[in-house]
Design a protein around this ligand. Structure first.
Ligand code: SAM
Length: 250
């Protein structure tokens, strides 16, 4: 049986590819790529001549069968997406599922992932977080989605397209509150990398005032919900009743 390698590629800076990724991409018989033209540039840069076959969201299910046949025949295949880790807001889920169902070994070759890079530098709590991927493009659906995580105490992480950034931050401000802390991580590992933390209202104003912030690729992180400080405190009346009850205990 062959092996399906799920290989992470850089999210901007080509130096972020691992030595193992380069070796695997060189050694496999075939690379299944989200966009073969895009990946040709990456492979050319590293002098890798392995044949590329398209594996994107429109053909993944149908082509999957062909990849599985080749894996079952003993060929090794590497799956890559345009940037970062495949399957993370990228194609690959159906192929990995099919491969595992066919008892084919699936081996991750870890590397860059925008949400993890952003979280590692954002300065927001990183012990518990949720990745919400891309929000819906339409405002009503977007707000409905935001409502579902409004009271979540974990750090919230979103991917967003640059042309929707301002609208999404406006909706986050309206739903999570103007004071909720957010971090915009833009163009990570690239020349204009920016990581900026501000409360949502100030974040909105800052992005609105500087159109450069509405360009390139970005991750939005939002601090999780925190109960107001006094919510945890026992109210005086409750305290009085508690003391009365305690006195009755044997
Ligand atoms: N598979 C990728 C990963 O592992 O992060 C994500 C692919 S998804 C189609 C593209 C989105 O990831 C962008 O819209 C942006 O939200 C985020 N992203 C990718 N590269 C980025 C970068 N260099 N800086 C900030 N965000 C990035």
């Amino acid at each position: 049986l062959g092996t399906l390698y799920v290989v992470a590629t850089p999210i901007g800076n080509l130096e972020d590819i691992s030595a193992r990724a380069l070796r695997v991409l060189t050694e496999v018989s075939l690379i299944a790529a989200e966009d073969t033209r895009h990946s040709t540039r990456l492979l050319q840069h590293f002098g890798i001549r392995t044949p590329l076959v398209a594996c994107h969201e429109h053909n993944e299910r149908e082509e999957g069968g062909r990849f599985i046949t080749r894996l079952l025949a003993g060929e090794d295949i590497a799956l890559i997406s345009d940037a970062g880790t495949p399957l993370i807001s990228d194609p690959g889920y159906h192929l990995v599922r099919q491969a595992r169902a066919a008892q084919v070994q699936v081996v991750p070759v870890p590397g860059a992932c925008a949400l993890i890079a952003a979280l590692s530098a954002a300065g927001l709590p990183s012990d518990r977080f949720v990745f919400e991927g891309f929000l819906p493009a339409k405002q009503v659906a977007r707000c409905t989605r935001l409502e579902t995580v409004k009271a979540d105490s974990r750090t919230l992480i979103f991917y967003e397209a640059p042309h929707r950034l301002l609208d999404s931050v406006a909706d986050m401000r309206d739903i999570f509150g103007a004071e909720r802390q957010a971090v915009l991580a833009r163009e990570l590992s690239k020349a204009f990398e920016t990581i900026k933390g501000l409360p949502l209202q100030e974040m909105y104003d800052w992005i609105a005032a500087d159109s450069n912030q509405q360009r390139g690729e970005c991750v939005i992180l939002v601090a999780g919900y925190q109960a107001p400080d006094d919510a945890d405190e026992v109210q005086p009346e409750a305290q009085r009743i508690l003391e009365l009850l305690m006195a009755e205990l044997p």
